[in-house]
Design a protein around this ligand. Structure first.
Ligand SMILES: NC(=O)c1ccc[n+]([C@@H]2O[C@H](COP(=O)([O-])OP(=O)(O)OC[C@H]3O[C@@H](n4cnc5c(N)ncnc54)[C@H](OP(=O)(O)O)[C@@H]3O)[C@@H](O)[C@H]2O)c1
Length: 208
């Protein structure tokens, strides 16, 4: 709550005081995942987890400050460094005889570099502000994401699909995490590449 909800509010107040633009990243986890189609910015948030609630409060604190802000909601972020699903799956596939991965949560795996590129294209646009969804094109499940990672890496460890209730997790995650990026495209002419081409690009760096 301190980092995700209170701190963004303090940053926003300072941005307001200075006349600065605040760029903030939020998440698909502000939604409960019960919608049957991709979530739009105007859909009502209803977080299932404490994480989702804290991120939503951060968004609300920024909006309430009346500073100039860009909030980008993204999803399933990974990259060539740090701790993330791509690196976890590659490591697990080399250490375990088989992997079991959830196949009933859907979203768009989005690379941190694609988010950085898209943000850099929006920033120079004068008066850019507001709330935008910013995820890779297309969608898959965690199982589909894992399968594609292993195929790209030419690793033959079997991956088995499982349901969310077969995977021990402390927090409930939304079934449908897919976000509609039309507003970003309409406002700024910016759209991110499809998740598979982003993955190929990042894996080119990881496997080099
Ligand atoms: N991961 C996702 O799938 C996802 C999806 C949607 C939105 N987001 C949002 O994207 C943002 C980044 O998430 P992430 O998953 O990339 O997190 P992460 O991998 O944990 O990275 C967090 C980064 O923040 C830095 N950091 C943490 N506490 C700090 C502090 N007190 N002072 C300065 N730096 C600090 C960390 O520095 P060190 O490297 O030095 O520890 C790290 O570079 C979050 O706002 C998250 O809610 C993430």
């Amino acid at each position: 709550m301190q980092v995700n909800a209170i701190a963004p509010g303090i940053l926003a107040e300072e941005a307001k005081r200075l006349g600065a633009l605040l760029v903030h990243y939020s998440t698909d986890y502000v939604f409960d995942g019960s919608k049957k189609s991709p979530y739009k910015e105007e859909d009502a948030p209803k977080p299932l987890s404490v994480y989702g609630r804290s991120k939503l409060e951060g968004e609300q604190a920024i909006a309430a400050s009346k500073c100039r802000y860009l909030i980008f909601r993204t999803s399933w972020v990974y990259g060539s460094r740090g701790r993330n699903f791509l690196l976890t799956i590659l490591k697990a596939a080399r250490e375990k005889p088989e992997l079991r991965v959830v196949d009933d949560q859907f979203g768009a795996p989005t690379s941190s570099s694609a988010i950085a590129d898209a943000t850099a294209r929006v920033l120079p646009l004068r008066a850019a502000q507001g709330l935008y969804h910013m995820t890779a094109g297309g969608q898959t499940s965690w199982f589909g994401f894992a399968q594609t990672i292993l195929r790209n890496a030419a690793i033959s460890t079997p991956v088995l699909p499982i349901r969310s209730d077969q995977y021990p997790a402390k927090a409930t995650r939304p079934r449908n995490s897919v976000l509609d990026n039309a507003r970003l495209k309409q406002a700024f002419g910016v759209s991110l590449p499809g998740w598979e081409s982003q993955l190929e690009q990042v894996m080119g760096q990881v496997l080099r």
